[in-house]
Design a protein around this ligand. Structure first.
Ligand code: SOE
Length: 386
């Protein structure tokens, strides 16, 4: 059986979620190849060694350029903050490595075009980890749409609400600085929501967006400060927040529907509250990531007096991915979408096929997000040219 040697670059939150997926995929899916957790890379040698020991990565490296140029590496997993995606992905593509890259893809449309061109030129499998697409309930929503159970879609309503920086003492982490994040929730959260909208409704042709800042200065980050975690001993010194705190975007879809996207880290009480609603000519659907095993469905095909939103428990073996896991009602979690992504990514490599979302999807997503920032800056609608 062929072995694929995987290297992961980055070892924080996404490094953890991806490592779990690289380990679990072979245990729950018949991949057709053997996965070898060959190498973990990060600047802090002691930290990445501890990470590698915990997850079973064979070797460590502190220089990503050495990783992507090694002949014995087949797959590069980019689990880094987004300001590093472009440079690493370009070099990994040039070296012919299959790429499993975290979202959001990069900073600009130009970077996305270059990443896509390099990946296509090398003939590699390139995947952009919008992990929520591989939530069984989201896949079921797509099946119901494809079966015309919702009919023509009129409305898309989506909100991705978190609250981890509502505390003014939360420090100035990389997510809150333009040079490392490019933008705030418009990039970090609306990238997920736009990907889901493209997957479930279709392409977007125009965007109108506004953004807001609620806290403009924060203490400089001390030790342990990270996503969702304020760490300790943050500095007395303050720094400027250089990205938006919230974004509100309205879009026109090419197929005629209109859509709204709310993205914020100031929705107090909402932890990872990604919700969408789809309203169509024959029915409607509602999804809430914090209740990710459920999909609410309304059908005009039900008898008149029996019409109403029903909650589908998406845990039957006939539902997407579930047959690989547990009996009905034994729910799955956040980490399972990453395992589904690894399984589908390896299948794409093994069968020489494409996987979605990939860098082409990423380019279309970045185009929408960037149009949103342009609209917020100008105060006008921005029409997209694909
Ligand atoms: C922080 O907002 C974050 O970790 C995002 O970067 C992830 O993409 C999201 O899935 C959870 O929240």
């Amino acid at each position: 059986m062929k072995t694929l040697n995987v290297a992961i670059i980055g070892y924080k939150f996404m490094g953890k979620a991806h490592s779990n997926a690289w380990l679990q995929a072979a245990r729950f899916f018949d991949l057709g190849v053997k996965l070898n957790l060959k190498l973990a890379c990060g600047r802090d040698e002691a930290a990445v060694q501890k990470f590698a020991d915990n997850w079973g990565w064979e070797e460590i490296e502190t220089d990503w350029r050495k990783v992507v140029s090694r002949d014995d590496i087949d797959v590069v997993d980019i689990s880094l903050p987004q300001h590093l995606h472009y440079e690493v992905a370009l070099e990994a593509a040039k070296q012919g490595k299959h790429i499993f890259c975290e979202k959001p893809m990069c900073f600009t449309v130009e970077q996305a075009l270059e990443m896509l061109a390099a990946a296509e030129k090398s003939g590699i499998v390139h995947y952009l980890n919008h992990n929520y697409r591989r939530t069984p309930a989201v896949q079921l929503a797509r099946q119901l749409i494809d079966q015309q159970k919702v009919g023509k879609i009129f409305h898309w309503r989506c909100a991705y609400q978190q609250d981890w920086i509502v505390d003014p003492d939360f420090p100035l982490t990389w997510h809150l600085q333009k040079e490392t994040a490019h933008a705030g929730p418009q990039w970090d959260l609306n990238s997920h929501s736009v990907d889901l909208a493209r997957f479930l409704v279709g392409e977007i042709q125009s965007v109108t967006c506004l953004t807001s800042n609620f806290i403009t200065r924060r203490p400089l980050a001390g030790a342990g400060a990270a996503t969702f975690s304020s760490g300790t001993a943050n500095s007395e010194e303050m720094g400027e927040v250089t990205v938006e705190d919230a974004a509100l975007m309205m879009v026109q879809f090419e197929q005629g529907a209109i859509g709204s996207f709310e993205a914020t880290r100031f929705a107090t009480g909402c932890k990872n509250h990604l919700t969408f609603e789809i309203y169509g000519s024959k029915g409607s659907m509602r999804f809430n990531l914090e209740r990710m095993n459920e999909l609410e469905f309304y059908s005009l095909e039900d008898d008149g007096e029996n019409q109403g939103f029903r909650t589908i428990m998406v845990t039957e073996h006939s539902h997407p991915y579930i047959s690989h896991w547990w009996p009905p009602g034994h729910i799955i979690g956040y980490e399972h979408g990453f395992v589904h992504a690894v399984a589908d990514f390896i299948s794409a490599i093994h069968t020489g096929t494409k996987i979605e979302p990939n860098f082409e999807d990423g380019l279309k997503c970045i185009t929408v997000l960037d149009a949103g920032l342009q609209s917020a800056a100008s105060g006008s609608q921005v029409k997209l040219t694909h």
